[in-house]
Each structure stands twice: as structure tokens, then as C-alpha cells.
Ligand binder design. Structure first.
Ligand code: NAD
Length: 443
């Protein structure tokens, strides 16, 4: 396994769990040293236990020596990062480095599997680099095997996938890969390399489209006095549509959707196909984040400076410590920029947020109640379970003003009102700022 990030480490641990012998290599020696000390470099539920079990059973090892990883393996996965470059294209630097390294260490026939999310034709790039730098005459097959796990539920996603996508132009290699995944009993889509690469981008772009679609509908609901929660409930009940990735909120973020939609947009532009939908998906997402900031700014009548705001959630979604492209962290920083005094709490993403937002005047505390203490408004930015069951009376007792901006629609409105709160959600037209203020106690 080349790369022990969110995807590589989960994949490596899960393949070991299935009985394979897995060697994980990473150029980041700090991460490998941590793993050798039984520490997991990031948070993923169940991963630490799985790693410990498989290390103890001798099926999972870690190395900083690429030679050991390549020469002990029949199948080599590339699971390195593919961040967005300045131009919006996927940056393939790490994929290229991994492919080149593998080529220089070949000692026998290998299957090189690209698990990173990469533009169509990257399989050809990897094959070309291996051809260019190879040290021996051995057969090397390049396979595309995109990954669909979600951070926060990566292990169960890996173990019970909706489908396995295998892109190869070699039937024998396809059969070997199918056998590797056979214990999962999942449907296998066997296709060519380019199609497999396209499948991953199309899947992520479609999910991001669902998010932007419902965010746009939520804005209309706010204008028209409709409640998006009921819209989601009813529209999502249609099995052709479904409720997943169909919740309005602060917009999508994370290490995948923003960069993958942008990369697909660039691919379309490069190939002369007008990316109408992809452009709209990205624009709507930006607008949604602006819109959420606007809600808070409007409440304070444009005078955010000096306001004390409690802020709950910094990771880009619940159950992860990942703050890459997190709309929550971004909103917190925008409030700070506007002069607000923001006191933030996240169950596990605080350390990553501190690193990502180094130098920003953002305070961090280890309890939602401390974040809310003395606050003139409480913002719920990430849908952590902990924030669904807050003791509202306790919050109300210490806040300077009873206002909650529930940007994930997770607060029970009846309970909140009973506790004396004004709740400003997303797309809750019948619960819009104006109508909520009208109904609020004393209004
Ligand atoms: P990550 O940044 O968490 O991890 C990437 C790892 O690769 C890092 O540890 C880095 O040190 C290592 N690396 C870089 N160059 C290397 C090299 N030459 N050799 C060995 N290791 C090297 O990234 P991630 O979130 O795991 O994502 C990896 C890929 O999987 C990306 O293409 C991403 O789009 C895709 N993906 C991610 C997710 C997700 O939920 N994070 C889901 C599906 C697909």
C-alpha cells in the first residue's frame, strides 16, 4: 500500500483483516513511526482496533522502505493524495512519484492498482511512467480501482460496499483482482481503465449535485415560507431520489467533493464539453456558505465586530477529524475576520483545526457549554451527534442571548423554543428569521 492516509490505511487494514499480508509504505516517516508505535495518525471509528489486531496477527506491517513494500508484494496499491492544483486540475505529483518509485524497484510481475481519485487517462500516465523507469522486463498491469468509502464509516463502507469497480484491459488481471475482493461478496463492475476512472468522478459529482440541489431548494423554501425538512422527507422517500446527500446545510466540503467536482469541470472544459451542471454545483455551494454567514450577519444587523459567538463543529462532517475544505472551519474563520469573538468546540477535530487555522484569532474549548457560555449566539456548524442532544436549558442559562444558528437542522425546534431559544435553521421558511422572531417569547 503506497500511502497511509484515510484511504490507504483503511484499505490496508481491511485487506489484512480479510487474511491478506499487507505492507504499508508512506513517504511521511512521522506517520509510519506513529503506526509502528500503535498510534493511528487520524481518527476513524474502529480503525485503531483493526490495525492492532492485524499487526498482532502478523498480517499488517509498516515500512519507510519502498523497496521492501514493492518487492514483497504481488499487488501494489497507489493510495496517495491527489489535491487540487492552482488551476483546478487534479495534481498528480504524488501519483507520478509513487509510479516512478515502483518502476525503479520492480523485481517480478506486479499489478499496480490506482486507488487514488484521478482524471481519466491517469492509468495511461502511470503505465507510461512505469515503462519509462522500469528496472526489469517483468509484466506490470495497471488497474484502476476507485474507492468509495466515506470518512467516519470507512471500515463498514469498505467491508460492505455497494459495488467494487475494477478497470483493467487484461481479463486475467481482472480475475486476480476479483478474487482479492471475493470475500466481500459485493457486485463487481469490471470495465476498462478509463471508464473506472470516470465512474469515481461521476459518482462524487452526482452526490455533490444532490447537496447543491437541496441547498438551492432550501433557499427557495426560506423565501416562500416552506419547510425544507418536510420537502426532504417527502421527496427523499421516493426511492429514485433517496434521502442521502440530500440534507441542506452549510454546503459540501472535505478532501474529495470540492476538488473532484472542480477536476471534472476542468476535464470537461479541456475536452470541449460545457460543464453547465458542474459549474452550477460549485457556484451554489459557494453561495450557500455565503448565505449562512449572511444569516448571522443579518441577525446582528451587520455589526458582527466584538460579538461573542459560540461555535460548534469544525470538521467538514461528523465522525471525522478531517478539516480539509471544511465549510464549518471556514465559516468560523469568516466570523473571526468580521471581528466576532468566536469560541469553538469540536469533539475531535480541534488539533487539526488549530494546525489548519494557525495564527487565526479563534479560541478552542473542550465543551459545547463552555463555547456557549456568555455567547450572544450559538452556531451549530457540524452535525455531530453530541450536538443533537444538547442540554438546552443549561445552554440557555449561561448564554448572553438565546439564539441558535442551526446550520445542519439538527436541533429539535419544539424543545429549543420551549427552552426559550430562537432557532434559525436552513431552509425552514416557516421557521425563517422573521417568523421565528415573531413567535419568540416576548416578541
Ligand atoms: P491523505 O492525504 O490522507 O493521504 C495520502 C498519503 O499519501 C499521505 O500519508 C502521504 O504522505 C502519502 N504519500 C504521498 N506521496 C507518496 C508516495 N510517493 N509514496 C507513498 N506515500 C505517499 O489522502 P486520502 O484522503 O487518503 O486520499 C487519497 C486518495 O483517495 C485521493 O486521491 C482521494 O481523492 C481519494 N479518496 C479519498 C477518500 C476520503 O474519504 N478521504 C475517499 C475516496 C477516495
Amino acid at each position: 500500500m503506497f500511502g497511509v492516509g484515510y484511504v490507504g490505511l483503511v484499505t490496508g487494514a481491511c485487506f489484512a483483516e480479510l487474511g491478506n499480508r499487507v505492507i504499508c509504505f508512506d513517504t511521511d516517516e512521522r506517520k509510519i513511526a506513529m503506526l509502528e508505535r500503535n498510534e493511528v495518525p487520524f481518527y476513524e471509528p474502529g480503525l485503531a482496533e483493526m490495525i492492532e489486531r492485524n499487526v498482532a496477527a502478523g498480517r499488517l506491517t509498516f515500512t519507510v522502505d519502498a523497496r521492501v513494500a514493492v518487492q514483497s508484494s504481488d499487488i501494489i496499491f497507489i493510495a496517495v493524495g491527489t489535491p487540487m492544483s492552482e488551476s483546478g486540475h487534479a495534481d498528480l505529483t504524488y501519483v507520478r512519484q509513487a509510479a516512478t518509485k515502483i518502476a525503479t524497484l520492480l523485481d517480478g510481475p506486479k499489478i499496480v492498482v490506482n486507488k487514488s481519485t484521478v482524471p481519466v487517462e491517469t492509468g495511461d500516465v502511470v503505465a507510461g511512467l512505469i515503462e519509462e523507469h522500469r528496472t526489469g522486463p517483468h509484466k506490470v498491469a495497471v488497474v484502476s480501482n476507485p474507492e468509495f468509502v466515506r470518512e467516519g464509516s470507512a471500515i463498514s463502507d469498505f467491508m460492505s460496499p455497494d459495488r467494487i469497480v475494477l478497470g483493467t484491459n487484461d481479463p486475467e488481471v481482472g480475475e486476480t483482482m476479483r478474487r482479492l475482493y471475493a470475500p466481500l461478496n459485493a457486485p463487481v463492475i469490471l470495465t476498462n481503465v478509463r471508464t473506472a476512472e470516470m465512474i469515481k468522478y461521476a459518482a462524487n459529482a452526482f452526490l455533490a449535485s444532490k447537496v447543491s440541489f437541496i441547498n438551492e431548494i432550501s433557499r427557495l423554501c426560506e423565501k416562500l415560507g416552506a419547510d425544507v425538512a418536510d420537502v426532504v422527507q417527502a421527496v427523499g422517500a421516493d426511492h429514485r431520489i433517496g434521502k442521502t446527500f440530500f440534507q441542506p446545510g452549510l454546503g459540501f466540503g472535505g478532501s474529495c467533493f470540492p476538488k473532484d467536482v472542480m477536476a471534472l469541470r476542468r476535464i470537461a472544459e479541456t475536452n470541449g464539453v460545457e460543464p453547465h451542471i458542474l459549474r452550477a454545483v460549485l457556484d451554489t455551494n459557494e453561495e450557500q456558505q455565503d448565505h449562512c454567514l449572511q444569516k448571522i450577519d443579518t441577525h446582528f444587523e451587520g455589526r458582527l465586530a466584538g460579538k461573542r459567538i459560540g461555535f460548534l463543529g469544525l470538521s467538514f462532517k461528523a465522525n471525522t477529524d478531517d478539516v480539509r475544505e471544511s465549510p464549518s472551519l471556514r465559516l468560523a474563520l469568516r466570523l473571526v475576520e468580521a471581528g466576532a469573538r468566536v469560541v469553538a468546540h469540536d469533539p475531535i477535530a480541534t488539533d487539526n483545526a488549530k494546525r489548519a487555522a494557525a495564527g487565526a484569532d479563534l479560541s478552542y474549548v473542550d465543551s459545547p457549554y463552555v463555547a456557549a457560555d456568555g455567547a450572544e449566539a450559538l452556531v451549530i456548524a457540524t452535525e455531530w451527534n453530541q450536538f443533537k442532544h444538547l442540554d438546552l436549558a443549561r445552554l440557555r442559562a449561561t448564554m448572553a442571548a438565546p439564539v441558535i444558528f442551526d446550520l445542519r437542522n439538527i436541533v429539535n425546534l419544539d424543545d429549543a423554543r420551549e427552552a426559550g431559544f430562537k432557532v434559525v435553521g436552513v431552509g425552514r421558511g416557516s421557521n425563517s428569521i422573521a417568523s421565528v422572531l415573531q413567535r419568540a417569547p416576548g416578541a
